[in-house]
Design a protein around this ligand. Structure first.
Ligand SMILES: [Fe+2]
Ligand SMILES: [Fe+2]
Length: 175
């Protein structure tokens, strides 16, 4: 269910949950493609790592919009501890992505590092599972009720075509 019958935008919770699924699917597709290419992946790094690069861009943007639009009103609504946990886990995910990006830049041509790349992706999928399985029932169920109508409209607009500002890092990117 993405849109209601009268073509109103779907709920914030639905839209954010959909992003979780898409990001997971991108990383899983990358892991599967690495498993399928016995003689090593074909083409340039930006070609064979495309599903992972796209998923990481989407995940960074997703973390940005949560920390900018979604979390503040929910924290103000009283879920202080839960938001603190979410921010800490965003920090872990952020560092995992930085490490993956470094590995893609420096070790992608070395077939010996491909196994490490796959292992790091699996570890990131585990982090995402642990994060999303709390965020969806605890935070997202509050998103539509706690966000003022104006912020909800702003967020829906951002979800359609917004870009994370250059150089933005999440609140807990460094420990
Ligand atoms: Fe999150
Ligand atoms: Fe999320």
């Amino acid at each position: 269910m993405t849109e209601t019958a009268n073509d109103q935008p779907s709920s914030v919770a639905d839209a954010l949950t959909r992003e979780h699924r898409e990001i997971d699917a991108g990383i899983e597709a990358f892991v599967a493609s690495m498993g399928a290419s016995a003689g090593g992946p074909a083409g340039t790094v930006s070609e064979w790592a495309a599903p992972l690069l796209v998923a990481m861009t989407a995940l960074r943007r997703h973390i940005y919009l949560e920390e900018e639009f979604v979390f503040p009103p929910i924290r103000d609504g009283g879920l202080v501890m839960a938001i603190m946990v979410m921010l800490r886990e965003h920090g872990e995910l952020w560092r995992a992505m930085d490490e993956l990006s470094d590995l893609l830049e420096t070790g992608a041509d070395d077939p010996g590092r491909h196994e490490e790349l796959v292992q790091r992706c699996s570890a990131m999928l585990d982090l995402l599972e642990a994060h999303n399985s709390k965020e969806e029932p605890i935070i997202y169920t509050r998103a539509d009720a706690d966000l003022p109508a104006e912020s909800r409209a702003e967020l829906q607009e951002f979800l359609r075509r917004g870009r994370m500002p250059d150089g933005w890092v999440c609140e807990r990117a460094s420990r």
